[in-house]
Write a new protein. Structure first.
Length: 163
C-alpha cells in the first residue's frame, strides 16, 4: 500500500481492492467474496464533472410519468376492491319478544281453568316460577319478571280462594 503516502484516495481504494482479491490458489474463498461489478469512483467522477446533465424538465417529466403510473395502480386497486364481495353477515337474531304482563296471557300460561287440586296449583306456581323468576332471567328483564311473578301469584291465590 504505497499509494497511502501519495494521499490519492482513488489509488488507496484500488490498493485496498487488490489486497482484498484472493490469490489464485484460494478459489473457494473467491467464490464467497463480494465483487464490485463496475468502478463506482468513475461514476462519481462523471457526476461531479458536470458532463452528465439532468434538466428540471426531464426530472419533472419522469416524476409525472411515475405519478401517473401510481395513479393507474391506485385506480386499478379501487376497481378490484369494488369487485370484492364481502362475506355475508351473520343473520341478525330476531328481536326478543318481551313477555306479556297481561293477566289474561299469564292465566293462559298457567292453564288456570284446567287446574283442580291444591297440588295442581302448587305445581303450576313452581313451573311458572322456574321459567319466570327474576333471579333466573336476564338483568334487563328483571323488572318485567317481578311484575309477571306478582300477577301469577295473585291469579293463583285468587283461583284457590274461589275453589
Amino acid at each position: 500500500m504505497n499509494s497511502a503516502k501519495n494521499g490519492d484516495f482513488a489509488s488507496l481504494l484500488d490498493d485496498l481492492f487488490q489486497a482484498a482479491e484472493p490469490e489464485a490458489d484460494d478459489e473457494d474463498a473467491a467464490a464467497g467474496a463480494p465483487s464490485i461489478p463496475f468502478d463506482y469512483l468513475s461514476v462519481v467522477e462523471e457526476l461531479h464533472s458536470g458532463r452528465i446533465q439532468v434538466s428540471g424538465e426531464e426530472a419533472s417529466a419522469q416524476y409525472r410519468a411515475v405519478s401517473a403510473t401510481v395513479e393507474e395502480v391506485l385506480q386499478e386497486l379501487d376497481l378490484r376492491r369494488a369487485e370484492i364481495v364481502p362475506p355475508p353477515l351473520e343473520p341478525e337474531a330476531e328481536p326478543e319478544v318481551e313477555p306479556s304482563t297481561d293477566p289474561e296471557d299469564i292465566a293462559r300460561e298457567l292453564a288456570l281453568p284446567s287446574l283442580r287440586s291444591k297440588d295442581d296449583f302448587a305445581r303450576a306456581r313452581r313451573a311458572f316460577a322456574f321459567a319466570n323468576h327474576p333471579d333466573r332471567v336476564a338483568p334487563h328483564r328483571r323488572e318485567a319478571a317481578i311484575v309477571r311473578m306478582q300477577i301469577a301469584n295473585m291469579l293463583i291465590d285468587e283461583a284457590l280462594r274461589r275453589r
